[in-house]
Design a protein around this ligand. Structure first.
Ligand SMILES: [Zn+2]
Length: 367
């Protein structure tokens, strides 16, 4: 058995007891999950059973903590979905354990094509502290992270109110100016959501929101490391600029994630096509934009090794300890921590073959 130690934490070890070979890590932590394996949080009628099934699907991917993520929708739909997730947390102990809070991405994103991404234009609106309080009132205060574009004039006041309420604020889907980004960070925003995406396809080489967010050391950043949202060079350079300590990966998976390749009608993005390589694109024939992500977290870990040149240990840090800081310090293998574990096979020479072979939640075998 080989054990790697870093800062007193076991990040990964070769596991050869009981004729089983593989790597053992803290369970993966995904801060952005819109759905997976057909279970859709952003559909018109969310149910407790859908949330429960999504949690089970996450476990099968080696994810032991995730943030159910709701994107831009009408206030009525958002509030209803939040209430259902809160109900799922009350009624299903597994959901309460795995999903500590909800990430609301929107509805105050950039209105224009490009940075808005697949968020529906009809429901984009300015940030509203009053609406935020109505979300919380309807859902036992289940919202714990909100992503917005900081170009809205209401941003500093909104960010300060949410931070005062103990809610993390992230920046994303934006074409905001340097001054607008700085103002949001001064007010307490601390994370960039899937940095490098949710952007115009063509931007000013000197002045753009990506440079500003990379240069702002008070911001951590999430990245979609699926091999489609960021090219190898962009991913490698952004990780170096942000620093591994401030970086984390998310799946940003939609309900089509984990499904067979083919054409689907998605609640995010409408008619879409899923390629055999896990690229999810709109059926608009341009191929310029993506319609969400479809690969699970372990594939992201493999991408970090294959395309960004990270060691497996560092790649796991971006999928466990670093996202764990946003959910109360989960994600480390250490004495006294809950035994949320994932065992997986991983061959650096064939990272596409990464495969989960066992999952434990609080020491209990789940997969
Ligand atoms: Zn997004």
């Amino acid at each position: 058995m080989v054990v790697e130690l870093r800062d007193g934490l076991v990040y990964a070890q070769r596991f050869e007891a009981h004729q089983q070979t593989g790597w053992l890590s803290a369970g993966l932590i995904d801060l952005q999950v819109n759905g997976f394996a057909g279970h859709d949080l952003n559909g018109p009628t969310l149910t407790v059973e859908t949330v429960h099934q999504l949690a089970l699907a996450m476990l099968r991917c080696g994810v032991t903590t995730f943030l159910p993520t709701l994107i831009t929708a009408s206030e009525a739909q958002l509030t209803q979905a939040l209430a259902v997730i809160a109900q799922a947390r009350r009624e299903v102990p597994l959901v309460a354990r795995m999903a500590p809070y909800v990430h609301v991405e929107g509805p105050a994103v950039a209105p224009e094509d490009g940075p808005r991404g697949a968020h529906p234009a009809a429901h984009v609106r300015p940030p509203s502290i009053e609406e935020f309080h109505r979300w919380q009132a309807a859902s036992d205060g289940v919202v714990g992270m909100v992503t917005l574009s900081p170009h809205w004039p209401e941003t500093p006041e909104y960010v300060a109110a949410l931070v005062a309420a103990g809610v993390h604020v992230a920046l994303g889907h934006t074409d905001a100016s340097t001054q607008q980004i700085k103002a949001a960070v001064d007010a307490g925003a601390r994370l960039s959501t899937h940095l490098g995406n949710g952007s115009h396809a063509r931007i000013n080489r000197q002045r753009n929101p990506i440079w500003t967010q990379l240069a702002e050391d008070r911001l951590c950043a999430s990245f979609i490391a699926d091999g489609h949202h960021l090219g190898s060079d962009a991913l490698k350079v952004m990780l170096r600029a942000k620093g591994l300590e401030r970086a984390l990966i998310v799946s940003d998976a939609t309900a089509i994630g984990g499904m067979p390749p083919g054409r689907y009608n998605a609640s995010i993005g409408g008619p879409v096509h899923l390629s055999p390589e896990g690229r999810l694109s709109p059926n608009d024939g341009t191929g310029e934009y993506l319609a969400g992500a479809a690969l699970p977290m372990l594939a992201g870990v493999a991408t970090l090794v294959r395309q960004a040149g990270l060691s497996l240990k560092d790649a796991l840090m971006l999928a466990t300890v670093n996202p764990g800081r946003w959910v109360g310090g989960r994600g480390s293998l250490a004495v006294g921590q809950p035994a949320d574990l994932v065992r997986f096979e991983f061959d650096p020479a064939d990272s596409a073959a990464a495969r989960v072979t066992g999952v434990w939640l609080g020491g209990r075998p789940m997969v």
